[in-house]
Structure formats: structure tokens, C-alpha cells
Design a protein around this ligand. Structure first.
Ligand SMILES: C[S@@+](CC[C@H](N)C(=O)[O-])C[C@H]1O[C@@H](n2cnc3c(N)ncnc32)[C@H](O)[C@@H]1O
Length: 243
């Protein structure tokens, strides 16, 4: 786990287009009609009385939804521009937002204080997941849920071109759908075993592995994307319970 002050990969990626991400993600079909409904389906609908950690909160879309469902939310993100966007989006709600880096110990958080740890679309920017899952377990209460999503191993391997499926590898691609200039996003891809073994080794019991289907509504707004995502995986969503 890194402890230096070098900018994390996540910050390098997202400081270049935080505003544009915040503007597009609420309605962008990949998020609004595919990843977000799938990830949310792994959470209880009623979150009243529950304390939730939104790790890598971005512009605060999930935090806003969690608070609307009754949760008390603590959110953090490594990109200061994202923290400001999340604070603005969740002003007046039971959401506290600060900067924090998942590649370092979450040392401002006490042990055993969250009922749910949520981490959507963040772990692709972190090479070593073992210490992250260990920190999530430390701050989670007994029987707490961990829900996260990340690039599907098969899709990321396809995007890598000639990569070795069995290794964790860095790759970079320009992202369409967030306007110009196209942000070049650096990520890590890993095999399925690289998703699940560090999770279970860190003391989380796997409950659900979801390979989502796009919502029917996507067929109207983007029929080609709907057809593609109906037969090719893009994200993997995971629910695990603290042992
Ligand atoms: C694709 S956005 C997802 C935001 C939010 N979770 C969502 O799904 O709407 C990825 C976010 O992860 C954050 N991030 C990347 N690496 C991080 C790290 N090491 N620690 C904390 N946040 C990180 C980025 O700053 C960015 O806001």
C-alpha cells in the first residue's frame, strides 16, 4: 500500500475531466441504464439507520441516492475536484465528504463503524486490491455488506489487445462519451481470480456475482449499445459479507 505523496492514478485520470464526468454520469447509458441500477440492486432498498461508506464517491451520485434511502453517509475521493462536486451535490443531506486515498490506510476512520461499504467503478485504478479489502473489513461492522463494481475481466482483457489474461496489467484508453478532448484513462485489469481471491482472503464471504444486463430503456436511447451490452459483459458487480 503506497504511503508517498505522489499523485494517485485515480487523481491523474479524473482531475482532467471531473466536471464533464459529473455532467454526463447522471444520464450516460453505461452508468444510468446499466452499471448503477445493477450495483444498486445489490443493496437493501431501505437504508434507514444504516451507516454507509462511499469509497471513491466521485461527484456524489451514489451518496445522494444512499442518503435519500435513509443512510448516514461518509464519502471520500482522491480527486479534490470530485470532492467539491460531491459536496455541492449532497449539500443539506446526511452526507459528509472529504478527500482520501484508497491506496493508503483509511487512518481517519475508526474500526467497525459501517454497515455497508460501497465502492463502484473505483478499483480499476488500483493495482493491489488486498490492502484495500483489508481496510474495508477493518472499518466494517460484523456482517456488514461490501458492494463494488469494476470493469469485467473479459472486457478489459479485450480492450487491452494482446494482454496476458492471467496477469494484472496496466492499460490506457481514450474514453468517448465525455466530450473533447477525449480523456485518456489509465487502469489496471486483472483475471477473475484477481477479483475474488483477494476479497475472500481479506475476510469477505462472496454472496453475489452480477454480470448485468442493460435496462430495457437503453434500447430506445441507444439501440446499438443495448444490443452490444446484451451479449458482451462490460462491468462486474460484487456483493460480499464481512466474516
Ligand atoms: C468512474 S468514477 C466513479 C465515481 C463514483 N463511485 C460513481 O460510481 O459514480 C471513479 C472515481 O474513483 C476515484 N478514485 C480513483 N482512485 C482512487 C483512490 N485511490 N482513492 C479514492 N478515490 C479514487 C476517482 O477520483 C473518481 O472520482
Amino acid at each position: 500500500m503506497s504511503t508517498d505523496n505522489a499523485k494517485s492514478l485515480g487523481q491523474q485520470n479524473y482531475e482532467q475531466f471531473a466536471d464533464r464526468y459529473a455532467a454526463a454520469a447522471p444520464t450516460k447509458p453505461h452508468n444510468a441504464l446499466y452499471e448503477r441500477p445493477a450495483t444498486l440492486s445489490l443493496l437493501p432498498g431501505d437504508l434507514r439507520g444504516l451507516r454507509v461508506l462511499d469509497a471513491g464517491c466521485g461527484p456524489g451520485l451514489y451518496s445522494e441516492i444512499l442518503a435519500a434511502r435513509g443512510a448516514s453517509v461518509h464519502a471520500f475521493d482522491v480527486t479534490p475536484e470530485m470532492v467539491a462536486l460531491a459536496q455541492a451535490r449532497t449539500a443539506g443531506l446526511d452526507v459528509e465528504v472529504r478527500t482520501g486515498n484508497l491506496e493508503q490506510p483509511l487512518d481517519w476512520l475508526a474500526d467497525a463503524q459501517f454497515d455497508i461499504v460501497l465502492c463502484p467503478l473505483v478499483l480499476d485504478y488500483i493495482e493491489d486490491w488486498a490492502p484495500v479489502f483489508a481496510e474495508f473489513r477493518r472499518v466494517a461492522r460484523r456482517d456488514a455488506l461490501l458492494v463494488f463494481s469494476a470493469s469485467h475481466p473479459i472486457d478489459a482483457w479485450r480492450l487491452c489487445g494482446d494482454g496476458n489474461y492471467h496477469q494484472t496489467e496496466a492499460y490506457a484508453i481514450p474514453w468517448k462519451g465525455f466530450g473533447e478532448p477525449l480523456p485518456v484513462v489509465n487502469s489496471y485489469r486483472r483475471p477473475l481470480s484477481g477479483f475474488l481471491n483477494p476479497l475472500m482472503d481479506a475476510g469477505w464471504a462472496l454472496e453475489t456475482l452480477l454480470e448485468p444486463q442493460p435496462l430495457e430503456a437503453m434500447r430506445e436511447v441507444n439501440p446499438q449499445l443495448h444490443a452490444w451490452l446484451s451479449r458482451a459483459p462490460c462491468f462486474l458487480c460484487v456483493r460480499a459479507r464481512r466474516r
